[in-house]
Design a protein around this ligand. Sequence first.
Ligand code: ADP
Length: 357
Amino acid sequence: MKTQPLPTPRWRSRGAHLTAMVLAIAVLFLIDTTTRYEVAVSVFYTVVILAMAHVLAERGLMRLTGACIGLTWLSFFITTDGDYRAGLINMLISTVAILITGYLAYKAEAARVAAHDAQERLQRLSRIHSLEGLTTSIAHEINQPLAAIVTSGHACRRWMEQEPPNLDKARQAVHRILGDADRASGIIGRVRNLTKGAPACTRPFVFNAAVREVLALSQAELQRQSIALRADLADALPLALADSVQIQQVVANLLRNAMEASAAVDVPRRTILLETLLVDDKIVLRVSDRGAGLPAGAQEKVFEAFWTTKHEGMGVGLSISRSMVEANGGHIWAEPRAQGGAVFAFSVPVAQEEAAA
Ligand code: ADP
């Protein structure tokens, strides 16, 4: 499976890190070369390696380690002052310290890459999992425009077969056909975006519109389970700054959990309230249900991977939701609903210009 590349640091901050690294190395080399053998400054190359561990990839770290060892040796050969024996021992100690630090940083970086890949795979799994529940809705959603296209197609043929043909009416029917075909392809596009695991793409988007898209895909399932959903979306929200597809996936996850919690109680209690609001310069989405509520003491645990109370559950939906929300600069939390049930909420940052305005 192809996984997304690791989020690379922004060019400007990467450039700043590299410049600082070159400067630090140059200063260390100068001090190490111009001071006596006994002064073992080269051991501080280990700090440079540690500082660059998150900036350089594995190969870069190996090169940096090699370069630091090379410079340590070069300083030793250029230095003329001091006790040669002490200098030799210092140089060997520094070399071993740099080697060990480089090796550990390399290992840590490799583990980070492996963890990232595993998380990507889990995210895909969760996307597919959350889509299972939506399959019925998607079929239902696509059926509507398709049925409308067939109806308008028949109407168009009738207007054309009239003597004389009623071109005006036929044209209107063709218009309707085009509109419905657009709607169907829009639905397919949305589903494809959710499944294909597109790389993270942070940009400003209209939060409520993204929420409405998820709601549209969930309508049929809500109806099938006799769940009443009220959407209370705040007017005039600023643009959100995040990966809209990831955010939609989080909304779909919270909604699916709320539906599952609601399906387990009597029909009159099957109500979900979905709200969007602006709190302290962040957009907040809250999903409240009147289901059985959170298991005792599980307010934090529900976000742990593989923690589930459901027979068929995987326990990954909320943990992936948390990593996605946090990767987008937001925060996710759960709280009991005062009159029974649970509230799950998350926040996302607003686009800078909007916040400034
Ligand atoms: P799964 O749904 O596969 O169990 P999640 O990570 O989505 O995985 O959820 C973890 C657990 O959190 C669930 O098993 C359930 O115990 C609890 N939970 C999630 N949403 C709700 C909710 N709306 N009401 C009550 N409990 C919930």
